[in-house]
Design a protein around this ligand. Structure first.
Ligand code: SF4
Ligand code: SF4
Length: 284
């Protein structure tokens, strides 16, 4: 099973919820796909068993053999190649590694070479019985989705894979959550939280991923989120109250469930709700 954890905006406590669920349930894997800014490792403190470079294939042109025929520029769907008159220039960040340029080059002077974009790390959490996987993108790399795809390939069948998504609704979020069995959207009690939650809900509806909402830093004076969920018949999975102690623990890299039996029970309840929802849909 794959449960992704996402949020319309940063700072809602998405990673706290994702790691808390992972350490609260048995048979779990935590997968951090927030490859531009992974921080699950700060809370789960893994001992790494492998760190594997992830390479993107990029075309390399032998300028001695190149006749500047322009064929590669014409076949590149992504405008990653430009004929500058005296040489063919590659824009790395636009290249999707499709290989078309090398295939169609009449002089066969293009070879595909691997460029390290980042790393996939695997290990075991030392703060709970959790398998740990994350991706970390090299600074300066502009496209996160190829590495996210690689990290997602590491999901472990037969286990409950908790996939921590990048915040927002950009393509990195879509890539992370799109094959999930269920997505937990973490929001907070504020107008900004609600506004970004609505955007994330729109995305999940378009890509047809079932979802429910956790209101973190719950403030009972702010009713708009609950009203919106009720009006739109959206599943409210849990409300986690504002707690100074949770914030203090988090700032020290301590997962709240390690200190609170109540939060642990809340996390287990969230997964039980999701499980029964998925099972009831499969029976229909
Ligand atoms: S297709 Fe090959 S020969 Fe033609 S411009 Fe591109 S690299 Fe040069
Ligand atoms: S590999 Fe594909 S995307 Fe990259 S430059 Fe060649 S044709 Fe364009």
């Amino acid at each position: 099973m794959i449960i992704s954890v996402s949020s319309g905006k940063g700072g809602t406590g998405k990673t706290t919820v994702a790691t808390s669920i992972a350490v609260s349930i048995a048979n779990s894997v935590y997968i951090d796909c927030d490859v531009e800014e992974p921080n699950g490792h700060i809370l789960l403190k893994p001992e790494y068993t492998s760190v594997t470079p992830y390479k993107k294939l990029l075309p390399e042109i032998d300028t001695e053999k190149c006749t500047l025929c322009n064929k590669c520029v014409e076949v590149c769907e992504f405008n990653a190649l430009m004929n500058a008159g005296n040489e063919i220039i590659l824009f790395d960040e636009l290249c999707h590694s499709c290989g078309a340029c090398a295939y169609f080059c009449p002089e066969k002077c293009i070879t595909e070479v691997g460029k390290v974009m980042g790393y996939v790390r695997k290990g075991k959490s030392t703060t709970g019985d959790v398998e740990f996987i994350d991706g970390i993108l090299n600074i300066g790399e502009e496209t996160a989705t190829p590495l996210i795809k690689e990290v997602k390939k590491q999901t472990i069948p037969g286990k409950i894979n908790i996939v921590d998504s990048p915040p927002g609704t950009a393509c990195s979020m879509v890539e992370t959550v799109r094959e999930s069995d269920f997505c937990i959207l973490v929001t907070e009690s504020s107008p900004f939280g609600l506004s970004d939650l609505k955007l994330a809900i729109d995305v999940l509806k378009i890509i047809n991923v079932p979802f429910g909402v956790v209101i973190n830093k719950y403030d009972e004076r702010y009713k708009a989120t609950e009203e919106y969920l009720k009006e739109n018949d959206i599943l409210l999975l849990s409300k986690i109250g504002i707690d100074k102690k949770i914030a203090e623990d988090y700032s020290r890299g301590i997962i709240p469930v390690l200190k609170s039996e109540k939060i642990r029970k809340d996390m287990i309840e969230i997964v039980e709700k999701i499980n029964s929802l998925i099972n009831s849909k499969q029976k229909v």
